[in-house]
Design a protein around this ligand. Structure first.
Ligand code: AVI
Length: 314
């Protein structure tokens, strides 16, 4: 893990323009900052998807095409704290659906917290946690013929470029059987007045979240970034529908990263591209699922039509 981090940081900073992968936001500090972002007034994504799970639960269930007495697996990729999913789980358990809940997460800590929480909140739920990388775990499910509903929520797919997203969905399809479902939660393209602040909250939590990447390089790769000499710079192009995060150098400066044995020069105003958060519409969803084994079944939106859960049929 540490070696991959080192390799990818080196690759990114050697590139022109410089980049750093957003997956490295999520160390312990980054996880805590992301929870704060989700609770910030500007970050509407989580609340909107929660609205769907709370108020359109039956619509979601209907879209799964599952009979009450026939068994299925409800698999969640990157379950986190399961806040939204809990709304669905409560109804499924109350209505006596026959299923196991299989949350998959890279963090074993997040999984044990989730398991404890669900044990008290929904005692009748059958839960089988699986720690690991999505693909490894999904690969292990390949041989199972049990009907599956996969949840991939939170517009996490939006942190991949369209090509990667398409590959990801294609791979998912190869691990599933005919009739299985994928519930893909995505943020929808909308005006910069709404999207902009979600990635630049007034309390500066998103800025800290982005700049934490430099802190992580300092800590784990013995770098000497002076965080005060860098600035969070978000951009959103409404036409393109992609929110981008950059870290901008506010001075001409040289940074040494001892683990890489290199010094990097930053011109004043030079940017490191750290994240994309793609926003979608029907056309874009259709585009990323072309050449995969999925077809679009239904789309369920929150009351403001900011966010959509697309149900795809394998
Ligand atoms: C995890 N992911 C969907 C978030 C997003 O909206 O792209 C990460 C994030 N980045 C800045 N704020 C939130």
């Amino acid at each position: 893990m540490k070696n991959t981090f080192k390799k990818e940081v080196q690759q990114g900073l050697d590139a022109n323009p410089k980049t750093l992968p957003s997956k490295y936001f999520y160390d312990e500090k980054g996880d805590a900052l992301f929870v704060k972002i989700m609770n910030s007034p500007e970050y509407y994504l989580t609340r909107c998807e929660f609205d769907i799970f709370k108020n359109k639960t039956q619509e979601l269930i209907n879209s799964f095409d599952i009979q009450k007495d026939s068994y299925f697996e409800l698999i969640e990729l990157g379950a986190g704290d399961g806040l939204k999913t809990k709304e669905l789980l409560k109804v499924l358990v109350n209505k006596k659906y026959n299923f196991d809940y299989l949350p998959i997460d890279i963090s074993s800590n997040a999984l044990s917290l989730l398991k404890e929480d669900l044990k008290t909140e929904i005692p009748d739920l059958s839960i089988k946690t699986q720690q690991g990388d999505y693909f490894e775990v999904l690969d292990s499910l390949k041989t199972s013929k049990k009907p599956k509903v996969i949840l991939f929520l939170g517009s996490n797919i939006g942190n991949m470029n369209d090509e990667l997203a398409s590959k990801f969905i294609y791979n998912l399809g190869t691990n599933l059987n005919l009739g299985d479902k994928l519930l893909l939660g995505v943020d929808l393209i909308k005006s910069k007045e709404i999207v902009g602040p979600a990635y630049n909250d007034s309390k500066g939590v998103t800025a800290k979240f982005n700049l934490n990447l430099l802190d992580r390089i300092n800590k784990e790769l013995d770098g000497n970034f002076d965080i005060k000499q860098f600035k969070h710079q978000p951009e959103y192009d409404e036409k393109e529908g992609i929110a981008k995060s950059f870290i901008m150098s506010t001075a001409n400066q040289s940074i040494e990263i001892k683990a890489i044995d290199k010094t990097y020069h930053f011109a004043k105003g030079e940017k490191i591209h750290t994240e994309i958060s793609r926003k979608y519409n029907d056309e874009l969803i259709q585009k990323i699922i072309t050449d995969t084994d999925f077809s679009l079944k239904t789309k369920i939106m929150d009351s403001k039509a900011y966010f959509a859960d697309y149900i795809l049929n394998r």
